[in-house]
Design a binder for this molecule. Sequence first.
Ligand SMILES: [Zn+2]
Length: 380
Amino acid sequence: MTHRAVWDDLIGQDRVAAFLRRTVEEGSTTHAYLFTGPPGSGKATAARALACALLCDDGGCGTCPACVRVKRRSHPDVRMIAPEGAATYMVEQARDLIHDVSLSPVEGPVKVYILDRAESFNPAAANALLKTLEEPPDYAVLILLTTSWEAVIPTIASRCQVVRFAPVSPHTAVALLAERTGAGRDEARAALAASGGVVPRAVEFLGSPSRRAARDRLIGVLRDLPVMDGRDVLVAARDLLIEVKAPLDDLRQRQEAEIRERIEFLGKTAGSMKPIEDRHKREITAREREGIGELVNVAESWLRDCLASIAGAFELVANRDASDDIAAAATCAGERQLARAMCAVGEARRRISYNVSPQLAIEAMLFDIQEALICPRSWE
Ligand SMILES: [Zn+2]
């Protein structure tokens, strides 16, 4: 078997990988796919692998300039799109997309659009997109991703080839992550907990000192919360935010490089950079939100660990480097307070999805968890 490289990124999805690979090799790819499966099952990775396979001269070698740029998300013919409204795609986004699809590819033979959270098309945005889904230009491939196939508007779903992704078991994910990165099992388990079980994100997490530092700091804050005063909590939230923003410098450098490259490539015809700059701004916002999401994941996994510890299910503890603190905190707080703190985490997730400022969301989450952990009688 040759040219396996990009498909190897697809963990625990041999059937999907074999299917997509075969369609590329046979030249039988279609114009619209709907990838459906639980979080962490590798849908976005598969979409990028498919983009590589279509844009690479070697069927997706994983190492040529085209493949590398797809993986770095800087290939001009691959666009990753996520809802920009609080919870849905906006009609303007659908219109932008339709306009973009009408423009020929910049470099490669195809243009690939990867649309995250396809269940977030409201009827108006979906309507705008239907004709494009039905009769896209020959070079266009649209890949829609969703965790819930049933929630995608039927007129959209029916125009796509549905590809189902099976869940990847936590045990498999830990083993593969450890094998791929050389991390220890405990480290891999903690990284997966911070990354919401998504293996490629956990790989990035393990490679980012600042993201690991943010996680370690939060684990310490959670341990100390019951003895912190209001000012301590505010300082802790501020410091966590500083850690979350640190990795954005890498992204900014990549973006500046993309603009330089584009000017070199297109010279005077490069035209306005505004669409690219706008996209870069959105990428920064998205990355910042992802970092905040990571903090929420860590808090949730820490509380779940406390509950596992109370139940004596130590094999389920994800943050094993903190298992002594977790056991101690669990004994002090008890099940009810921990359950209440879990609700606070859910609330934080909701606030973030409604675009509350990251600083406020984290402050509120820490105060809510603190209150839940130190007010044992509030449930009686
Ligand atoms: Zn390649």
